[in-house]
Design a protein around this ligand. Structure first.
Ligand code: MN
Length: 274
């Protein structure tokens, strides 16, 4: 089999232990290249940098053929790596291992998932890996499991517009109940705004909150990870709600295409300003 050339990225930064453990394991199955943010960029979603230059500095990541610390977002890293630094000689993009889960609606905030999605947008297969544990994550175990999963996936193929979002439960190997293929669940947070005082009496806020017990069904990623399974969700970026297309077409929405009609739609209401 041809040598697999893997781009590893993340949103926790090029120094993150999750990335280092992953690179060590993936170096056993292919050549690994790294392009990751030079600092923590979690929860930056799919942002890219357009009004500043990007810098790519060589970084030390044991096991990698080459590694760069990039002064941008996770999506920047993938764009720059594929179309610039590594010139498209990549077979697979792997993003992670993230410190903390990326489940349900949270994938929209996730730099980890967005990096994988950027890969998919560039036409490359991509996998996002997250471990649902912040305080004491066992990245060595999850990196080994990830290597096995990626080896199994080498013999499979899936549509080029889709990434696989993988979340691992924070469990010992003997406690993991297996793999579940899931849909995205819904996450909403109780008490999402923490209000505090700084030493000078000013008010500041933390976006945080707790995830309440919810009714995410057994088919969801949220349920699977909470119940001890590794969750695998295929994700693509077409956000169109196809079920609503006919309804909205039937509304027959029209806009005035004549400048005279735009200028005086409904008399006095339009003069406003005071
Ligand atoms: Mn992160």
């Amino acid at each position: 089999m041809k040598t697999l050339r893997i781009l590893v990225t993340n949103d926790d930064g090029v120094l993150a232990p999750g990335l280092h453990c992953l690179v060590c394991e993936l170096a056993k199955v292919g050549k690994v290249f790294v392009a990751a943010p030079d600092q923590e960029r979690s929860a930056t979603g799919h942002a890219i940098t357009m009004f500043q230059p990007l810098r790519a500095k060589p970084a030390v990541v044991p096991g990698a053929e080459a590694a760069y610390a990039i002064s941008g977002t996770p999506a920047d890293c993938v764009k720059l790596a594929i179309d610039g630094l590594f010139r498209r000689e990549i077979d697979l993009i792997v993003s992670g291992i993230n410190r903390g889960a990326n489940l349900g609606t949270d994938v929209l905030y996730s730099g980890t998932v967005s990096a994988a999605l950027e890969g998919v947008m560039l036409g490359l297969p991509a996998i996002a890996l997250s471990l649902a544990e912040f305080i004491n994550p066992d990245f060595e175990l999850v990196a080994k499991l990830s290597r096995h999963l990626i080896q199994a996936l080498r013999e499979r193929s899936w549509p080029a517009d889709t990434l696989l979002n993988v979340n691992f439960p924070p469990l010992k190997l003997t406690e993991v109940r297996g793999i579940k293929v899931t849909t995205l669940g819904r996450l909403h947070y109780d008490n999402p705004i923490l209000e505090r005082k700084d030493p000078w009496g000013g008010t500041y806020y933390w976006l945080a909150g707790q995830i309440p017990e919810d009714n995410n069904g057994e088919h969801t990623d949220v349920w699977a990870v909470k119940n001890g399974y590794v969750s695998v969700t295929p994700i693509h970026f077409d956000l169109t709600n196809y079920r609503l297309l006919d309804t909205i077409k039937a509304w027959d929405l029209q806009l005035p295409l004549d400048r005279g009609e735009i200028e005086d739609v409904d008399g006095d209401n339009n003069k406003g300003g005071e």
